[in-house]
Design a protein around this ligand. Structure first.
Ligand SMILES: Nc1ncnc2c1ncn2[C@@H]1O[C@H](COP(=O)(O)OP(=O)(O)OP(=O)(O)O)[C@@H](O)[C@H]1O
Ligand SMILES: [Mg+2]
Length: 254
């Protein structure tokens, strides 16, 4: 069985990142609760990706801290954070195209376990089974024996999600999971993320351009504009916030 990981909280404290004189993320405070599904929205250049990179260890903060539960994680490397249960998905760069779909997930599990789940070079039954289960969860089990490189783009993204979820992370981060997708693919992805969140009960943090995409999905939304938190709250309160309307939504309706 896939282990069900219960989410842990994730927080940013006065998190700041400068590039030269430019402040991309400016004194951000955020507290994402255990098992919460949070979306960060904001216009182009708001600092969403920079914020994600700070939280996953891909960038070092200029100042401020990131906490995973009671553990200070800012300054640690991404591969270290994977061991603490932080996963990042929807970068198809994690996929080995010439391996099968199933081998991709098995390889990810072996990497995280540092080979301890291998017996005389053969991945254990448990690993094989976990890989099957996670492929089933993301809906690509029927493709398990196909080469990853020939999958449709949407299925490659699902495989990337399977790779991220296989080691039972406690926090899953997705930077614009629906970027470049058609309305249909976007709908499918939103449904898949909702299912994963309900079944695995992990903490999910995702970023989006489009508030409509996250409106029915996220429990809470943080609105980032110019590197700062402009508003935060449940979808209804964020949507009716006058500052959000004038700074962000108003512009979208031009
Ligand atoms: N490595 C960098 N060096 C210099 N400036 C950077 C760097 N990375 C990001 N920036 C700047 O920081 C600001 C925030 O960028 P970021 O990519 O975090 O925004 P975003 O909200 O993810 O935007 P998008 O919606 O386009 O993905 C932008 O003005 C960007 O040009
Ligand atoms: Mg971005």
């Amino acid at each position: 069985m896939m282990e069900v990981a219960t989410g842990v909280s994730l927080s940013a404290r006065n998190l700041t990142r400068k590039f030269g004189n430019f402040t991309a993320v400016d004194q951000v405070n955020m507290e994402i609760g255990e098992g919460e599904l949070r979306a960060v929205i904001g216009p182009n250049g708001a600092g969403k990706t920079t914020l994600f990179n700070l939280m996953t260890g891909h960038l070092r903060p200029s100042s401020g801290e990131v906490w995973l539960g009671s553990r200070l994680i800012s300054g640690k490397h991404p591969h270290e954070l994977v061991h603490y249960g932080v996963a990042r998905a929807f970068q198809t760069t994690n996929i080995f195209p010439s391996m099968t779909v199933h081998q991709n997930v098995v390889t990810a599990l072996l990497g995280v376990s540092r080979g301890t789940l291998r017996f005389w070079g053969v991945p254990s039954q448990k690993i094989q089974q976990t890989a099957d289960e996670v492929l089933d969860l993301v809906g690509i089990y029927p493709h398990k024996d196909r080469k990853a490189g020939i999958l449709a783009h949407g299925d490659q993204r699902a495989l990337d999600l399977a790779i991220a979820l296989a080691p039972s992370p406690k926090v899953l981060m997705l930077d614009e999971p629906t970027a470049g997708m058609s309305p249909y693919e976007t709908h499918q992805t939103v449904e898949l993320l909702r299912k994963i969140w309900r079944e695995l009960k992990i903490t999910i943090l995702l970023s989006e351009h489009d508030m409509e995409v996250v409106f029915g999905l996220a429990q809470n939304i943080t609105v980032l504009v110019g590197g700062r938190v402009l508003a935060e709250g449940d979808p209804a309160s964020v949507r009716s916030n006058p500052e959000v309307i004038s700074a962000y939504l108003g512009r979208a309706e031009d």
